[in-house]
Design a protein around this ligand. Structure first.
Ligand code: SF4
Length: 572
């Protein structure tokens, strides 16, 4: 069965199943969502208007037995940044879509009627129904009502209210949530008045077909072994989750603290991965957990309260940093509760917690006020006037309250690594086509964790090249459905990348080389940049806010790249 494009038009309420255009046949994940958005969305359109399109695409390896290949990409023009956007997440949806033969699901138009809808996607096509029962409810109520045999994509109250920090939730194998977090794609889904999408795989095969099964099996084995054998993929992440990074990044002085005033947080021990593991073990939580079937790293976990009751899962370093060091909150239980609330109402945890850091800067509440943090989440859930401002993200909140210390690039909150101390990631924040995004080119791997060599994080030399190489490779990896954490093994084990290429070749019966895959990464970046330029972005937008010229302790480091040095990133 050849893959198809499933298309939904919310203006005239029609649906279609289409052949895949030749140009898109070799694409998946981010490569496909960005190609579709670039081809079909006018770059200057309003992100919440009728001309924007919301695209979901499984990766090239999704639906196979390749380890860690279940990431789903979503793309659109972002209401947060105004740029092209791709966000990816685990959960079960990507593998289900791939098994159903869905190359991409494209949702276009806006309904005329003031109502919400749901989509039910089967192998035959899409049915649109009006939805009332779950409107106004959080994401947990949605996934709990729809059962585990299907894939679910949904929005919470923030998406319904078209807030620019709204995310799209993806149901995970336990009936909990993962998030297509960054860039406000939940607001695009809310503008199209779709509360949830059900992906019903009834009748679909258990895995996708492979042209050369033996070749695929052999390469998949090599790849899985490379993940198992790597100290980060096979030990640190499974045992402590991504939150292992709190103590490591604090030690090197790159943990942004009190809205990026310092690079070290006095209470780092209280919010660390080690402390989290201790609490999970003592309370009977689950220290290891995969966000989708087939993940062999399992960096996720289930965090429970003092009585052993579920609070949250996928409690990530970036979320804990943003609430913890950045807002000076030192209580993991309050942060876990806030993480649950943000998942339920459907907001990006990084954007929202950095926004509340800006609100603290504005004097709306003191730094360190955990109960106050929860109270502001209540304002977002209720969509009060203040809640709508906070739900619009850090840049709007800073502008509303006259704050100059607002850590954003292209309107998106800067994540958990200070760019003055970890300079490679600063280049990624500036040049990413998505606004500030650590995952776009995770130089922390080489700057701090010494994967793929070492480039001194405090020196300028080598950072532009490092970020460029990683952004090109990441754009390609984001097209495969593989989790970004496979990058550690890919950087350090010379068998890993050829195995990935071999799996793609065996899946489709083609003969890509590693160079072809890198070319794909370059093409994706250039396509995305061209969209942004057509939308009005210039190289002057590839800059950090001016307060990063201030030195940050403990290294007295400043952001000291010239515009010309940053712009050299695009010399490829
Ligand atoms: S390593 Fe973590 S983020 Fe990656 S697929 Fe596994 S659980 Fe998900």
């Amino acid at each position: 069965m050849a893959d198809k494009i499933f298309r939904v038009n919310m203006t005239d309420m029609t649906t279609a199943v289409e052949e895949v255009p030749v140009d898109w046949l070799g694409l998946g994940g981010r490569g496909l969502t960005s190609a579709i958005v670039a081809a079909e969305v006018p770059a200057t359109c309003h992100p919440l208007g009728k001309d924007n399109k919301l695209v979901f695409a499984p990766g090239l390896l999704s639906g196979t037995r390749a380890a860690n290949s279940g990431r789903l990409s979503a793309g659109a023009k972002s209401p947060l940044t105004g740029t092209i956007k791709e966000s990816n997440a685990g959960g079960t949806a990507s593998q289900i879509m791939a098994r159903m033969g869905i190359k991409a699901l494209i949702i276009e138009g806006l309904p005329e009627k003031d109502a919400f809808y749901s989509l039910r996607v089967t192998t035959d096509g899409v049915a649109i129904s009006e939805e009332t029962a779950l409107v106004g409810k959080g994401n947990f109520a949605v996934v709990e009502s729809l059962g585990r045999d299907v894939g679910v994509l949904s929005i919470g109250q923030a998406g319904e209210n078209r807030m620019a920090a709204a995310n799209i939730s993806v149901m995970d194998p336990d009936g909990k949530l993962r998030s297509l977090g960054r860039g406000g794609l939940g607001a695009v889904m809310g503008a199209k008045r779709i509360k949830y999408i059900v992906l019903d795989p009834a009748g679909a095969p258990k895995t996708v077909s492979l042209v050369d099964e033996e070749k695929f099996k052999a390469a998949a084995k090599v790849f899985a072994k490379a993940l198992h054998d790597h100290p980060v993929c096979g030990d640190a992440l499974p045992n402590y989750g991504t939150n292992i990074l709190i103590n490591i990044v604090n030690e090197v002085g790159g943990l942004p603290t009190k809205n990026f005033r310092s690079g070290q947080f006095d209470a780092h021990d209280l919010i660390s991965g080690e402390k989290m593991r201790e609490l999970i073990d003592a309370r009977g939580g689950k220290p290891r957990h995969g966000c989708h079937p087939g993940c062999v790293i399992q960096c996720s976990q289930v965090f429970v309260d003092k009585d052993g009751n579920y609070v949250t899962s996928g409690f990530e370093y970036e979320s804990i940093w943003a609430m913890g060091a950045n807002c000076c909150i030192d209580d993991l239980d309050i942060m876990a509760e806030a993480d649950h609330v943000m998942d339920d109402i459907g907001v990006d945890t990084i954007e929202t917690a950095v926004t509340i850091g800006v609100a603290m800067e504005a004097g709306l509440l003191p730094f360190g006020d955990g109960p106050g943090f929860l109270r502001l989440l209540g304002e977002i859930e209720a969509a009060t006037p203040m809640g709508r401002i906070l739900g619009a993200g850090a840049a709007i909140t800073g502008r509303t309250y006259g704050v100059t210390r607002v850590p954003v690039v292209k309107g998106q909150a800067i994540p958990a690594y200070d760019p003055r101390t970890v300079k490679g990631i600063g280049i990624t924040y500036c040049t990413s086509t998505m606004g500030a995004d650590h995952t776009a080119g995770y130089t922390v791997a080489t700057n701090i964790l010494k994967s793929g060599g070492f480039v001194d994080p405090l020196q300028k030399e080598g950072q532009v090249e490092l970020s460029r190489n990683l952004q090109i490779a990441t754009a390609a990896v984001d097209s495969t459905g593989l989790c970004v954490f496979v990058a550690f093994a890919v950087l350090d084990n010379e068998a890993a990348l050829p195995a990935v290429v071999e799996m793609i070749n065996a899946r489709f019966g083609i003969s890509l080389t590693i160079d072809d895959v890198m070319e794909l990464g370059k093409t994706i970046l250039k396509t995305e940049r061209a969209f942004n330029q057509a939308a009005g972005f210039t190289k002057e937008d590839d800059r950090l806010p001016e307060f990063f010229a201030e030195p940050v302790q403990p290294h007295n480091a400043t952001w000291d790249f010239t515009g010309e040095e940053i712009d050299a990133f695009w010399n490829f």
